[in-house]
Design a protein around this ligand. Sequence first.
Ligand SMILES: Nc1ncnc2c1ncn2[C@@H]1O[C@H](COP(=O)(O)OP(=O)(O)OP(=O)(O)O)[C@@H](O)[C@H]1O
Ligand SMILES: Cc1ncsc1CCO
Ligand SMILES: [Mg+2]
Length: 271
Amino acid sequence: MNSPHNLQLFPGSAAAHWLTQLRTASPLVHCLTNQVVQNFTANVLLALGASPAMVVARQEAGDFSAIASGLLVNVGTLNETQVEAMLLAVASANGAGVPWVLDPVAVGGLGYRTDFAHRLLTMQPAAIRGNASEIMALAGFSSAGRGVDSTDDSLDALPAAVELANRCGAIVAVTGAIDYVTDGQTCYALPFGDPLMTRVVGTGCALSAVVAAFLSLDKGKRLELVACACMVMAFCGGAAAKESAGPGSFVPRFLDLLYQLQPEHLMGKTL
Ligand SMILES: Nc1ncnc2c1ncn2[C@@H]1O[C@H](COP(=O)(O)OP(=O)(O)OP(=O)(O)O)[C@@H](O)[C@H]1O
Ligand SMILES: Cc1ncsc1CCO
Ligand SMILES: [Mg+2]
């Protein structure tokens, strides 16, 4: 993506189509995610119409990822047991043709998770979703991340996202004030969120699970499906923020809007 003409607004009509497909398919999403966001992630998937399952034991993770519709690997609270389960789950998902998503939480300054994320990069993730600092760090660009939160702008991370997509063949979504989703050639811009989404934990982590849910719908449409996941989450987050007094009232409103969202809302009808 060297020229600006490849930067496009994602069409709401495509998101509307895939939202309907998601509700019909109700994909089973195997989530190997961090301890902070388990409950919120499951509730986001359920509200949208997908089916979450956190099957974390190394004795079961490989068996389960092979029968899931999609797999999420989030390194937010990584430990040795989880590393083992994640490697088994990814290998098994790959063997069964199940798409998997990498969420590189706080990759950059911390060696253990950064080394592991680089190992995962060689295992063919269908998509990578992270904030600007995480995507820049994962791509090897200098970043200013601080813990799990981004201190970089998503537009500044776009070259890193493009480079990462070309290097490992994954669709890369970098989130922030505007989300950007790229396959290394085309790039969709999604300007729908609200800063309040960063004042509750897990909107990004839950989005990565939603990416896994959408990816299961069609293996040939990965770019479109990742963009669709970003649009749905930011669209509902933006609308919920307008009706919320702060983080506490945002979360229930957000879940309600994910549940109430209809295809026509994504094409301009007020939610
Ligand atoms: N400044 C912002 N303005 C509007 N929307 C935003 C802003 N920052 C993030 N968002 C939205 O918040 C959601 C999460 O993105 P973010 O980049 O904060 O992920 P994250 O840092 O991985 O989150 P977490 O680690 O808490 O799960 C996305 O839907 C994104 O569009
Ligand atoms: C707060 C936090 N710490 C590790 S993972 C996580 C969730 C947000 O990424
Ligand atoms: Mg994150």
